[in-house]
Design a binder for this molecule. Structure first.
Ligand code: ATP
Ligand code: MG
Length: 178
């Protein structure tokens, strides 16, 4: 199974991101991510044998133990890759330390279980478009909103259909210790 661990976003943030996405429609061409699929990837594992999935799920659960929910605020737009075929995303202006701590915990948990993941540096972001042409023109001002992140999910990604499907395998609620 193709696995990744992501933070789920509260409805206020999804709505704001959807608004940013809507304003991109008039000025950038490319493939838009549906608002129902918005998320922040914390660790991308890729293919893992089905019989090891429950072990990954329990590592994710344990790694989030004692991590409290945290407040974050959407920030600027950014892009990865070639300017004609970019991944276009919206980042965060507040909550950076908590995002880094959450990703660090999840990745340390996977390390402990000996599960490999893409170890590139973590930059919290929500992908809004793929194959976006950002070579010309200016980007719109993004919609900015604050919200509380309280859920981490282990997803299986199914890319066999016309658009990606993410199936939740394990949902972990963040909670303060005690
Ligand atoms: P598609 O690949 O069809 O555009 P997708 O990227 O949404 O769909 P996946 O490729 O399964 O679906 O990726 C799931 C999540 O993991 C996405 O947030 C994606 O950006 C992220 N991801 C994919 N590959 C990597 C990688 N090598 N390193 C870090 N994150 C990745
Ligand atoms: Mg992908």
């Amino acid at each position: 199974m193709r696995l990744f661990v992501a933070a789920q976003l509260p409805v206020e943030l999804v709505d704001a991101l959807a608004e940013t996405s809507a304003s991109l429609r008039s000025c950038v061409s490319g493939r838009f991510v549906g608002p129902d699929l918005f998320h922040v990837t914390l660790a991308f594992l890729g293919e893992v044998p089905a019989m090891q999935v429950t072990e990954v799920a329990s590592l994710v659960r344990i790694s989030c133990d004692g991590m409290p929910p945290f407040s974050t605020t959407l920030g600027a737009l950014g892009s990865f890759g070639r300017r004609s075929q970019a991944v276009l995303w919206q980042g965060f202006s507040a909550g950076q330390d908590e995002w880094a701590e959450l990703a660090r915990r999840v990745r340390a948990g996977l390390d402990e279980g000996g599960f490999a993941y893409d170890g590139k540096g973590f930059l919290p972001h929500v992908t809004l478009m793929r194959r976006a042409n950002v070579a010309h023109g200016t980007l719109p001002v993004p919609c900015v909103e604050r919200g509380v992140v309280d859920t981490v999910v282990l997803y299986a990604s199914d890319l066999s259909g016309p658009r990606p499907r993410y199936e939740p395998i394990e949902c972990v609620k963040l909670q303060q210790d005690g």
